[in-house]
Design a protein around this ligand. Structure first.
Ligand SMILES: [Zn+2]
Length: 149
């Protein structure tokens, strides 16, 4: 459920997106609010500026959270973002331990406004293969130690 307090922070994320446009960047903005609701950090899309396909604000903030927040704080931190996170960012958010995401535009709404936003084909994948060879580094890394680890 989105509360009036959420809407205030969501409007701030939309303002970050609007500011990105004035800087020549794509119109996507996000922020993290800690357990007390205070804004911890903001980011906007810098894909073109950085020539980096991963420079979505949600992924930048997920990486920041994983680096800077202890797991308990991350779990009580909320991401507010102008658009629903894409698949790449959603994966990063899960791994960051952030506890909640609040977004303004759903992906379907974004695609309605800009059809090219949804033009992502799936990539063909072949596998699994070479199990007996590929398992060696995994088992070597994760094998419990003799000392009872
Ligand atoms: Zn993304």
């Amino acid at each position: 459920m989105i509360t009036p307090a959420d809407e205030i922070l969501l409007r701030r994320a939309i303002a970050v997106a609007a500011r990105a446009v004035t800087l020549g960047d794509a119109p996507y903005g996000s922020l993290l609010a800690g357990p007390d609701g205070a804004v911890l950090v903001e980011a906007h899309n810098t894909v073109r500026r950085d020539d980096d396909i991963t420079a979505h604000p949600e992924l930048k903030l997920a990486r920041w959270a994983a680096r800077e927040l202890d797991p308990g704080t991350a779990a009580r931190t909320t991401m507010y973002t102008s658009c629903q996170p894409c698949g790449m960012c959603a994966g990063g958010i899960v791994r960051s331990g952030l506890g909640r995401v609040v977004y303004a535009l759903a992906t379907e709404q974004l695609v309605e406004l800009n059809p090219s936003s949804g033009a992502w084909p799936t990539v063909p994948q072949d596998g699994p293969a070479l199990f007996d060879e590929a398992r060696v580094p995994i088992e070597t890394y994760y094998r419990p130690t003799q000392a009872g680890g």
